[in-house]
Design a protein around this ligand. Structure first.
Ligand SMILES: NC(=O)c1ccc[n+]([C@@H]2O[C@H](COP(=O)([O-])OP(=O)(O)OC[C@H]3O[C@@H](n4cnc5c(N)ncnc54)[C@H](OP(=O)(O)O)[C@@H]3O)[C@@H](O)[C@H]2O)c1
Length: 340
């Protein structure tokens, strides 16, 4: 796909990762159509990018439950980056709120893209959640790669006794499987899926206040602001800016069509490490940061983000930089909230 002639639809564009994908495309001179259910958030996204006004348009889409919600949105685009999917652990009905919408969203975007002959590639944001096997434990030491799939069954993921965390893993696995099944029928485009672990970093999407932070950054802020020191379920992470680059490279590199990538930093993290970085990096850090038992980073297994780095030309950001960039921004938001 030639960047200067590309026109890319980004779904979930007003979300944490989606907005970074939008910015990465705009900075390369690529024309973007940003899809959102909320025109108000869409307009906020656009207002914050006035210098790109001729390169960016907003389209309102319906909920995933409406199979035709992307019909208008795909008109004339050459590529699609499908980031949108429900990501929340505050659910009352996991199947209805997480699993069915995630699958329906993938199906709706792919069916719409198939009807629009201009589409050459669809990049889909999956997750490490669709790769990991919660029962697999070292020793022997092992490395997860993009060849691995979460063994969770559909029945397990919709079980009423299942937590939202497990159900979310099911939502990502079954949505991604839906995409690969669709690709088998050889539509007029190819697909690439990306499986990032926890994604952190500064935000550039419309966030009204700290309470409105996305799930992953909200946890970082809990540590920095002294509310809680949770234990991370997995030690893998990626910077949101690196992940945005991965999405765009996955779209424009012809040779990566049909591939699945794990996009992950080689460094490992714990929330204890977040606490140490904040304590050392900010004058108020030691005093305020959440305290708790010393956390040891689980170094008994690995995740191979190097293949993605090589094939997509990525250079992973150091964890301390990611944490500090985000915390600086969150502190500014807190000050603004106090002043308002
Ligand atoms: N953050 C992470 O740590 C992480 C890690 C791995 C993978 N991911 C994946 O990355 C993607 C984006 O996550 P994020 O952290 O950026 O989350 P986010 O800020 O919550 O953004 C998700 C976007 O998806 C759209 N969406 C959610 N439910 C929808 C529905 N039922 N119908 C239509 N649109 C819906 C929303 O768009 P509107 O409200 O604007 O319509 C929202 O902006 C998701 O696919 C997530 O699974 C995230």
């Amino acid at each position: 796909m030639t960047p200067s002639q590309s026109y890319v639809l980004v779904t979930g564009a007003t979300g944490f990762i989606g907005a970074h994908v939008v910015d990465n495309l705009l900075q390369r001179g690529i024309k973007v159509r940003a899809a959102t259910r909320s025109l108000q958030k869409g307009e906020q996204l656009r207002a914050a990018r006035q210098r790109y006004s001729s390169q960016l348009d907003i389209v309102q889409v319906g909920d995933f439950s409406d199979a035709t919600s992307f019909s208008e949105a795909v008109k004339d685009v050459t590529g699609v980056i499908h980031v949108a999917s429900p990501f929340s652990y505050s659910t009352t009905d996991n199947e209805k709120e997480l699993i069915l919408p995630a699958i329906a969203g993938v199906r709706a975007i792919l069916e719409a893209a198939e009807r629009e002959k201009s589409v050459e590639r669809v990049v889909i944001t999956s997750s490490f959640a669709s790769v990991m096997n919660a029962d697999r434990k070292a020793p022997p030491r092992f490395t997860y790669t993009a060849e691995d799939w979460n063994p969770l069954t559909y029945e397990e993921s919709i079980d009423k006794k299942t937590s939202a965390v497990i159900a979310y893993r099911g939502s990502k696995k079954f949505a991604e499987l839906e995409a690969w099944k669709f690709a088998e029928r050889k539509p007029g485009f190819d697909i690439v899926t990306l499986c990032p672990p926890m994604t952190f970093g500064p935000t550039c999407h419309p966030v009204a206040n700290l309470a409105g932070l996305n799930e992953s950054n909200a946890t970082l802020w809990k540590v920095a602001s002294g509310k809680e020191l949770p234990v991370s379920r997995v030690p893998f992470w990626v910077d949101v800016r690196d992940l945005a680059t991965a999405h765009v490279e996955a779209l424009i590199r012809p040779e990566v069509g049909g591939k699945r990538f794990v996009v992950a930093s080689p460094e490992k993290f714990s929330y204890g490490l977040v606490g140490e970085i904040v304590a050392e990096g900010f004058s108020w850090g030691k005093e305020r940061v959440a305290k708790g038992e010393k956390q040891v980073i689980d170094d008994s297994y690995d995740l191979d983000g190097e293949k993605a780095a090589k094939e997509l030309g990525l250079k992973y950001t150091p964890f301390s930089e990611t944490v500090k960039d985000f915390v600086k921004q969150a502190v500014r938001m807190e000050e603004q909230e106090k002043e308002a």
